[in-house]
Design a protein around this ligand. Structure first.
Ligand SMILES: [Zn+2]
Length: 141
């Protein structure tokens, strides 16, 4: 049975965990690691080198981080087919408006939004507030 390593950014943790559960149910040995922000390519590469041969890598990241990890994975001997992109589920994230402090429900973390309360254009960040149970949205000027 193939070893599976899931790498996820904090903001996609929910999706990563879901993937882990599904893979586990199908009998795979699964490991999930949260990525530091920003991602240290050297560190990732070293970590990947220590994985058993044929490990499948599943990524829950934004585009720039994905590219960086793909490069690190190639350097660590992973083939193109060993690296998969996880399906990011959009629609249930809560975004905290840094302008008016209103919570915007059902936002996607990959797209910017307009605050329902103050009309400010917001860029969702990966800063999660457990107090608000929401991600902080930065104003786009
Ligand atoms: Zn607002």
């Amino acid at each position: 049975m193939r070893h599976i390593l899931i790498l996820t950014e904090v903001r996609f943790k929910k999706d990563g965990l879901k993937e882990k559960e599904l893979r586990k149910e199908s009998g795979s040995s699964v490991e999930l690691k949260l990525l530091d922000s920003p991602v240290d390519r050297k560190k990732i590469e070293q970590m990947l080198k220590d994985k058993p041969l044929g490990t499948m890598l599943i990524l829950y990241t934004g585009g720039a981080t994905r590219k960086l990890i793909r490069h690190a994975a190639n350097s660590a001997g992973f083939s193109h087919e060993d690296v998969r992109i996880g399906k990011i589920y959009t629609g249930t994230y809560r975004i905290f408006c840094s302008q008016c402090h209103r919570i915007n429900g059902k936002a996607s973390l990959e797209k910017s939004i307009i605050c329902i309360s103050c009309g400010q254009h917001l860029e969702p960040s990966d800063h999660y507030s457990s107090f608000h149970d929401a991600y902080l949205g930065y104003p786009i000027l």
